[in-house]
Design a protein around this ligand. Structure first.
Ligand code: FAD
Length: 820
């Protein structure tokens, strides 16, 4: 048998691995690596971190050196040598020693091409005259690092917003550079779906990165030593340094010149043994087309993992083995500023492009049990087919995105479906996960869709809703008040069953809550009563991520949260930790949990007391600003560190932060004498308005007004016969009241209720709930109760019983006293 002589072109991920495996399989083969660059087997994935100084020693990037390769493996690794031509018929390659310029022929029995990729340089007018940088190898990173370290890269303009771009941007920011990114796609990380990418964009902006999305760089020029870049929309950007990280192209010129078969994208075509069209030549890594496991189509998956696995297979087969390479899933992860976005399989964009029908679901969960400290938000998206097949998944969060995507990638490799995912038994204790892991949870929602328990609709369908459709927000009135989808009516899920009669059966109901859980329950309540309803995937959380974080909404170098929070902060004295009245840890809770805790805590405090609250729900940053604004409390400070939002608030308005004088006579009191629904609605609207202006509001219910406070249905209590008759004749609670005029046998009342929902006012019951939650003092007149035979047990919760003194106590502090 002839001795194998394996020549490998390219000595990094694919090349070095192929060489090492070949040696492990054969002690007799002659193995040569020919690498044109100065290094072999370096960690190109570590290059951005080397620029940022996280990897401080360049040698740490070098996994192997030619000397070590020779010593340990007996491999001849020649750096600074370039293969310039292949001669398959002669089984030789032409090599140039780049140092000496000398050219020689090298023979082989088997050749492995591991030539990787080259940076894609987009067509930009004037580029040839302007200094610009790419990031592919160690010399590239040295060039950028030198500029940054010498303080010459104050402002770096990066073209492209893929994974490498984001990693580079993070490291440049760490080094003190300003960064602007221009990306032709409408969002960063174009390989991911919009809902996931937008969360990353928020993080990038919060860290001061300016994003130009859906923008292309048209031309560049020099302007006094700086780069002047002009976008297609005419905008100009002046920067010190221009870096192009706009993708890659397969490095296949050698193969093409040797007539090795390439596909229409210029990728080397290989068989399952990773042989090219020439049987003695194998190819691996970024330059080849491989089978993508979801679609079965041949694509380029330019990632280190597949390159290494292919190299092992090619080496074995070059030595006469018969190993098959079945293909790969594109499983990847990128992190910027501690926020990791991971994905596996296909995105919705790729599925659409392939003409593949699919469904999708999004959950907003936490990295581990919400009640255990430091739980971090985690968003998971799952794409699946009508038979439950998993097409792809994406996750984003500060912790646990990698684990969830790896689990799903493993399931996909094992050809499991969403039902299997739902049944996976995953490790759980509070610091690590939840009893229902986010992987299980996302699969449960997928199962609900597949089984028809839930009909999903996407945020992208919102614009096509017509006035014939009802957009129903089933969150609490407080959440609704802080922001809702335009045109939505608020009907909290907790009161939904009682309000069903106000909803039209003839219309489609598009239901949403914060994340999709409550709206699923609402959907079940509605569907079982014959309503045609749809659940917004990802809920208001996703809607907000996608639409309310537009660049225009924020200053270019500030997150919207920061800019919102900035104004009230500067002039106020911030208490030290020891001066804080209450410290609240709401990390792990999602909206409205943190806000609700703040609200409940603030209710028990005195004006001037302070709360320090920490939260991990990203929405909290803007919600707390709006909440303080609406409720007349003062936000003293807000900061975000590693995903943890810390807010310090003082109960009461800024100008009277410590000494709120409740005797300043701006309270409001109402005597509710009537139980006419129109008058009662007006009273509660006024009362809630007063509370939101920071006023102390008291409602004193007397005579017929007491009926508003009655519980629906009969309450089993002992009563004298007259009280029983009274009780039977009077309306039992807010749902049984009538209009003072145009009641028309109840039709007028139904119409008013319907109009209130349509006009976003909410139902009378939500107004009452709002008043209760907002701290309106509701007092039932004890004298009237006695006369009418109404007992405390018959009244709804949260009602105080008081007499004339209670009323005057409030009225004397008030500047407005209304009798309704
Ligand atoms: P490469 O590793 O690029 O090696 C090709 C080598 O061939 C080059 O060194 C080149 O000089 C040499 N060569 C080319 N032509 C010739 C010739 N004619 N003669 C001699 N030598 C030649 N992937 C991940 O999975 N995760 C990551 O986090 C990640 N981060 C990355 C970060 C950066 C900055 C970069 C650049 C890539 C990253 N990748 C990552 C991608 C991953 O590094 C590549 O998919 C992988 O290196 C491809 O391996 P390869 O062997 O095909 O090509």
């Amino acid at each position: 048998m002839t001795k194998e002589k394996i020549v490998i072109v390219g000595g990094v991920a694919g090349g070095a691995t192929a060489a090492a495996r070949a040696r492990r399989l054969s002690e007799t083969a002659e193995i040569i690596i020919i690498e044109k660059g100065p290094y072999i087997s370096f960690a190109n994935c570590g290059l951005p971190y080397y620029i940022g100084g996280i990897i401080s020693d360049k040698d740490r990037l070098l996994l192997q050196t030619p000397a070590a390769m020779r010593k340990r493996f007996g491999i001849d690794a020649r750096t600074g040598h370039e293969v310039t031509a292949l001669h398959p018929s002669k089984k030789t390659v032409t090599v140039t020693d780049l140092a000496s310029g000398k050219t020689y022929q090298e023979t082989y029995t088997k050749l492995i091409l591991a030539t990787g990729a080259i940076p894609f340089i987009p067509p930009i007018a004037g580029l040839e005259d302007v200094e610009h940088y790419v990031l592919r190898d160690i010399p590239d990173s040295d060039r950028i690092k030198t500029l940054v370290d010498s303080g010459l890269a104050h402002h770096v303009l990066i073209v492209g917003a893929g994974a490498i771009s984001l990693e580079l941007a993070e490291n440049l920011i760490t080094k003190g550079s300003a960064v602007t990114i221009v990306e032709a796609s409408g969002h960063v990380l174009p390989q991911l779906d919009l809902e996931i990418a937008r969360i990353m964009e928020t993080e990038l902006r919060a860290k001061g990165i300016t994003l130009h999305l859906g923008a292309s760089l048209q031309s560049v020029g020099s302007d006094g030593g700086r780069v002047l870049a002009t976008l297609a929309n005419g905008e100009t950007i002046s920067a010190d340094t221009l870096v192009l990280v706009a993708g890659i192209r397969p490095n296949t010129a050698l193969a093409k010149a040797a007539h090795i078969t390439l596909d229409e994208r210029g990728l080397i075509v290989t068989d399952t043994r990773l042989r090219t069209s020439v049987k003695t030549i194998f190819a691996v890594g970024d330059s080849i087309a491989i089978r993508e496991l979801v679609s079965g189509s041949r694509v380029n998956i330019a990632l280190a993992g597949p390159a290494n696995k292919q190299a092992r297979v090619a080496a074995a087969n070059a030595l006469g083995g018969d190993e098959a390479y079945s293909g790969a899933l594109a499983t990847a992860i990128v992190s910027a500023f501690g926020l990791a976005a991971a994905s596996t399989g296909l995105s919705s964009f790729q599925l659409e492009k392939n003409g593949q029908e699919f469904s999708q679901t999004i959950i907003h969960s936490t990295s581990h049990a919400g009640y255990y400290p430091a739980a971090m938000p985690l968003t998971v998206k799952l794409l699946f087919g009508k038979n439950g097949e998993i097409f792809g998944a994406q996750a984003i969060g500060r912790e646990g995105a990698d684990k969830r995507i790896d689990v799903i990638a493993t399931a996909m490799r094992g050809r499991m479906d969403v039902h299997d995912l739902a049944r996976l038994d995953l490790a759980y204790s509070p610091p690590y996960s939840s009893a229902k892991d986010p992987v299980n949870m996302v699969a449960f929602t997928a199962e609900n869709i597949l089984s028809g328990l839930m009909k999903p609709f996407s945020h992208s369908q919102l614009p096509s809703l017509t006035p014939q459709d009802v957009l129903l927000d089933v969150r609490t009135p407080e959440e609704f008040d802080l922001g809702a989808i335009k045109g939505a009516v608020n009907m909290p899920v907790d009161g939904l069953r009682e309000n069903l009669h106000t909803l039209p059966k003839s219309k489609k109901l598009y239901v949403y809550c914060a994340s999709g859980q409550r709206s699923y329950l609402a959907g079940r309540i509605l569907a079982q009563r014959g309503f045609d309803c749809y659940n917004l995937i990802g809920g208001y959380h996703t809607y907000k991520d996608v639409y309310l974080q537009e660049p225009t909404a924020a200053a270019p170098t500030q997150s919207s949260e920061q800019s919102l929070a900035a104004a009230p902060i500067q002039t106020l004295t911030v208490p030290t930790d020891s001066e804080i009245t209450v410290t609240l840890d709401t990390c792990g809770l999602s909206c409205p949990g943190p806000l609700h805790k703040v609200f409940e805590t603030a209710k028990k405090l005195n004006p001037g007391d302070t709360i320090k609250v920490t939260a991990t729900d990203p929405a909290f940053a803007s919600d707390i600003v709006a909440w303080c604004d609406r409720t007349g409390n003062t936000l003293l400070q807000q900061s975000t560190d590693d995903g943890i939002i810390t807010a310090i608030l003082r109960k009461g308005p800024a100008t009277h932060a410590i000494h709120i004088d409740h005797a300043e006579n701006n309270a409001k009191t109402f005597i509710i004498f009537s139980d006419d629904i129109d008058k009662v609605i007006a009273s509660f609207i006024l009362a809630n308005g007063g509370v939101s202006m920071g006023r102390d509001v008291t409602m004193f219910f007397t005579f017929w007004g007491l009926n508003v406070l009655r519980k629906p249905g009969s309450v089993p209590i002992q009563k004298d016969p007259i009280s029983q008759v009274f009780g039977l004749m009077m309306p039992k609670g807010s749902k049984h009241l009538h209009l003072s005029q145009m009641n028309m046998g109840g039709m007028g009342t139904s119409l008013i209720r319907w109009l209130m929902i349509k006009k976003n006012i909410g139902t009378l019951e939500t107004l009452i709930q709002q008043a209760r939650d907002g701290g309106v003092h509701m007092i039932a007149c004890s004298t009237s109760m006695d006369i009418m035979g109404i007992k405390k047990e018959e009244l709804i919760d949260g009602i105080e019983i008081g007499g004339v003194a209670s009323y005057y106590n409030a009225a004397e502090r008030a500047d407005t006293n209304l009798f309704i």
